[in-house]
Design a protein around this ligand. Structure first.
Ligand SMILES: *Cc1c(COP(=O)(O)O)cnc(C)c1O
Length: 522
């Protein structure tokens, strides 16, 4: 049997999407590993075993009888395959990554160096704790910084993402209500502009989600909040600064009303980058808040993680924090694995071991290299950069909330595109042809055709200006009636308009030799 019988499949769906095989602009097209030729060769120089193994049955009858079905690539072929694939990713190391809400900032190389120190990188979670005192000490220091920066008395380090942190916070809230005989509270309130993970988490915990209306200036509608609060409400989930890039000015009143109704205040802290070092959520009456280390504290994200989403907790919820946590006594640091002392009513664990050690190291390195004053400047520069973009684009594009400055992200709607025949999606695709990754689109849902741009503090003015110039060129072209160009975009990308809904709903995660079957049928 020839290994070549599993040939390289054609990609009919790719042709429909405008896919053009071959290379362009010094970038090579690259098929999947399984689609590469070379099934009949190997990159390893193995001695021919000849008949030496004839009759060998040391594998209990499991000796392979057919070809192994893997492409046999040489080292340079293998290296090129993966480097070519890597070039298909946009990266923060390539250019501005203006995804609003995602806080795609530079990952300092110092963090990477620290995370690779053998004392952090080569340890095992089941190692005796006496041999990992430094790592436990670092977790303790990280916890200290997170509690200090947020003004909260407790922190659960283990959640592995923002959404996982939300789950942690709501589980603590549920445990606290149940302990007080308030288990009948089954509703969670969240603003219409909330990130999708908020209602998803609440629903996952068995809560019914009720939306809080938004005012014309993009904030929580206090009257609506008050009307919806009551004995049935377990918690509110509010993001601050919110997903419109605006600070909730009435935050103290929001927390007062919430507590007066016997509910807890969950704050989505994904936007902490905008206020770190300037505002302590604990002072605002927050009971639980996740912090995306992979946003505010510069640990890498994208590509599926790993992320880290520690949750800070108020005194009212601290007793319910999940295990484990680090304690320090006469024998040094140790992990408290069972409910006791400060978390005597711990609701359980969030993950098998102790969380994302590599992310703890990176985040802590980031904190130490900035210091308290530097972290404050992070927030100031992030807000300054976003306002610079807002100011430089507002004459051509329509800011969703024109009055006053924004926080760390600038939000535009699509009213400026009215009558041009160009949609937010078309505009975003045209940005790709200009060499820029698009901003977040169609989120938050409360703004029509939303374009949410978050530059972060790590973009220098030069890069912001390059971005602004490209945006202005495109905006002018859209207004000048070049709709066709926008509808055709992107023309420079190897793949053009994809059916993103189909890709999300029915992802093809497993390779199957389609063509081989088709060939056999012929
Ligand atoms: C990123 C984000 C989340 C979710 O965080 P993950 O780490 O991606 O799970 C939640 N809320 C807001 C506002 C976010 O921006």
């Amino acid at each position: 049997m020839s290994m070549n019988s599993v040939g390289r499949p054609t990609r009919p769906e790719a042709v429909e999407s405008g896919y053009q095989p071959g290379g362009r602009g010094l970038l090579q097209d690259e098929p999947l590993l399984f689609e590469l030729d070379g099934w009949d060769k190997t990159g390893v120089d193995l001695a021919d075993v000849g008949d030496d193994l004839a009759g060998f049955d040391g594998l209990g009858g499991l000796v392979r009888s057919g070809p192994i079905g893997l492409p046999g690539l040489s080292e340079p072929e293998t290296v090129r395959h993966y480097v070519r694939l890597s070039q298909k990713n946009h990266a923060i190391d390539l250019a501005i990554y203006p995804l609003g809400s995602c806080t795609m900032k530079h990952n300092p190389r110092l963090n990477e160096k620290m995370a690779r120190l053998p004392g952090f990188a080569d340890i095992h979670p089941l190692q005796p704790q006496s041999t990992v005192q430094g790592a436990l000490g670092l977790m303790d220091r990280l916890a200290h910084w997170l509690k200090t920066l947020t003004g909260m008395p407790a922190v659960a380090l283990t959640p592995k993402a923002g959404a996982h942190g939300e789950l942690c916070g709501l589980l603590a809230i549920r445990a606290a209500h149940e302990a007080k005989g308030q288990g009948h509270r089954k509703t969670v309130l969240a603003p219409t502009s909330a990130h999708g993970t908020n209602p998803a988490t609440a629903a996952f915990c068995g809560y019914t989600v009720v939306e809080i209306a938004q005012t014309a200036d993009g904030r929580v509608d206090l009257a609506d909040l008050e009307a919806k609060l009551g004995d049935h409400v377990a918690a509110i989930m509010v993001t601050n600064p919110n997903t419109c890039g605006l600070f909730e000015r009435d935050i103290l009143e929001i927390s007062r009303l919430t507590h007066a109704a016997g509910a807890y205040f969950y704050c989505d802290g994904a936007n902490f980058n905008a206020i770190v070092g300037r505002v302590r959520p604990g002072d605002l009456g927050v009971d639980a808040m996740h912090i995306n280390l992979h946003k505010t504290f510069s640990t890498p994200h994208g590509g599926g993680g790993p992320g880290a989403g520690p949750v800070v907790l108020s005194a009212a919820l601290a007793a319910y924090a999940p295990t484990p946590w680090v304690v320090h006594d006469d024998d040094g640091f140790r992990l408290q694995e069972t409910p006791e002392a400060e978390a005597e009513a711990a609701f359980g664990r969030m993950c098998a071991f102790h969380g994302q050690m590599g992310m703890y190291v990176r985040a802590y390195a980031y904190m130490l290299s900035h210091g308290a004053d530097g972290l404050k400047q992070v927030a100031e520069d992030a807000v300054l950069n976003a306002n610079y973009l807002k100011a430089r684009l507002s004459d051509l594009m329509s800011p969703a909330f024109p009055d006053g400055p924004c926080m760390h992200e600038a939000l535009f709607d699509d009213s400026w595109l009215e009558g041009t025949g160009v949609t937010t999606l078309d505009f975003a695709k045209a940005m790709i042809d200009e060499g820029f990754h698009p901003m977040t689109m169609y989120f938050p849902l409360v703004v029509h055709g939303a374009m949410l741009i978050e530059p972060t503090e790590t973009e220098p003015k030069q890069e912001l200006d390059r971005f602004v110039e490209a945006m202005r060129r495109l905006a002018t072209a859209a207004k000048a009636g070049e709709a066709e160009r926008f509808r055709a975009a992107p023309v420079m990308a190897p793949l053009r308009r994809l059916d993103e809904t189909l890709a999300a709903r029915k992802p093809r995660l497993r390779w199957a030799p389609v063509a081989a079957e088709a060939q056999a049928a012929e």
